[in-house]
Design a protein around this ligand. Structure first.
Ligand SMILES: Nc1nc2c(ncn2[C@@H]2O[C@H](COP(=O)(O)OP(=O)(O)OP(=O)(O)O)[C@@H](O)[C@H]2O)c(=O)[nH]1
Ligand SMILES: [Mg+2]
Length: 359
């Protein structure tokens, strides 16, 4: 699973990337330039893991990860440059979600778009950029299909009509995530990686002294996009992370910030991807795993090992809440609360599972 980080130039994307991944990529203004993308993986924090560690005292703890890719700034619509985005698109095509970083801080190094710092305006700019990028892809496809459908191929005609619908939507400056598509139609467009069809997460990056509350204009847009929005001072959160763990709480209190925004953002991204976690737990290792919501027990088993998927017999399932409440696997079993589930069982978020298999 991959999340692309994008936004206008100098909004703090690379600073965010460093905060998330612990890397130290150069963040002098405009340093990203035309460099290739930065890629890093991030462990997904989960409070439930802490409880499982308490219960099992494992030798090893492993957290599930998601990938983040940090890109150069989008061309600014008010500066007329559009060629830059074509270079970014290949990095975004296979992203499962897009995190848009919106700047809400003054800086003499990086002038704001339209001379004014305003997250809502920036978001409108980014949306316009993405819509234009999708329109480019769609029109290319339509050109090809126009030739291909001349043979009278019903499939091609159907596909042409689908892309026409998509083009009309984009021309009305609408993003594609709201368009209702059948499963078959979805299959036809999936390979094109249309950007406005992806899920979005918004990050408002505010500067020193600013209020953490999200301005109503921005909150309204986020709601219309059905996108979670996290508000944080990325630079400050980065400083917090550089401190030893025991000093962080006091530092945050002094600064009047909540702290933990990094984790909140990662969780928001994870949830926007519509992923759920299940756990495996024992004295050797406590571990979180990721599956798409709605996945079967057999598919979940395959996340652990292909042999487990192939030779799946059954899953022994304890919901995390039950295990946490009763305090041990033994107590759960004594109360008859451990369930045996077959391959078609739909995994629930927080299931603690043992997969029985034979190959
Ligand atoms: N005041 C302030 N400055 C910030 C904040 N976040 C980032 N900056 C500064 O803004 C400049 C650019 O930060 P980057 O993280 O490189 O921004 P970017 O979005 O990756 O920039 P490009 O990749 O060039 O588009 C750096 O000098 C950062 O220190 C912030 O929250 N407050
Ligand atoms: Mg950058």
């Amino acid at each position: 699973m991959k999340v692309g980080i994008l936004g206008l130039p100098g909004t703090g994307k690379t600073t965010l990337f460093n905060l998330l991944t612990g890397q130290s990529v150069d963040t002098t203004p405009f340093s990203s330039g035309k460099k290739a993308a930065n890629l890093g993986s991030v462990k997904v924090p989960d409070e439930r893991i802490d409880r499982l560690v308490e219960l099992y005292e494992p030798g090893k703890i492993t957290l599930t990860e998601i990938q983040f890719v940090d890109l150069a700034g989008l061309p600014r619509a008010d500066e007329g440059g559009r060629e830059g985005i074509d270079e970014l698109i290949p990095f975004l095509r296979d992203a499962d979600a897009l995190a848009v970083v919106l700047r809400d801080f003054e800086s003499d190094q990086v002038p704001a778009a339209k001379g004014k710092v305003d997250g809502a305006l920036e978001l409108a700019d980014v949306r316009a950029d993405l819509i234009l990028a999708d329109l480019g892809i769609t029109e290319n496809r339509l050109d090809r299909l126009a030739k291909e459908k001349r043979s009278g191929d019903k499939e091609k005609i159907r596909e042409y009509e689908l892309f026409e619908r998509i083009r009309d939507c984009l021309e009305e400056e609408k993003m594609l995530y709201d368009v209702e598509l059948t499963a078959d139609e979805e299959k036809l467009i999936i390979g094109y990686g249309l950007l406005t069809r992806k899920r979005f997460i918004l990050l408002r990056n505010f500067g020193e002294g600013a209020d953490a509350a999200i301005p109503p204009s921005l909150a309204g847009q986020a709601e219309a996009m059905n996108a979670p929005i996290v508000s944080m001072n990325v630079l400050l959160e980065q400083e917090v992370m550089e401190l030893p763990v025991e000093e962080r709480a006091e530092f945050c209190e002094t600064l009047g910030i909540e702290g933990g925004a990094r984790d909140r953002f990662i969780r928001a991204a994870y949830e926007a991807l519509d992923l759920i976690s299940f756990f495996t737990a024992g004295p050797k290792e406590v571990r979180s795993w990721t599956v798409e919501r709605g996945a079967s027990a057999r598919r979940a088993a395959g996340k652990i090992h292909t042999d487990m998927e192939r030779g799946f017999i059954r899953a022994e399932v304890i919901p995390f809440e039950t295990l946490s409440e009763l305090g041990s696997e033994k107590a759960v079993k004594e109360k008859g609360k451990m369930r045996l589930e077959g391959k078609g069982y739909i995994v629930a978020d927080g299931d603690v599972m043992v997969i029985r298999f034979s190959v």
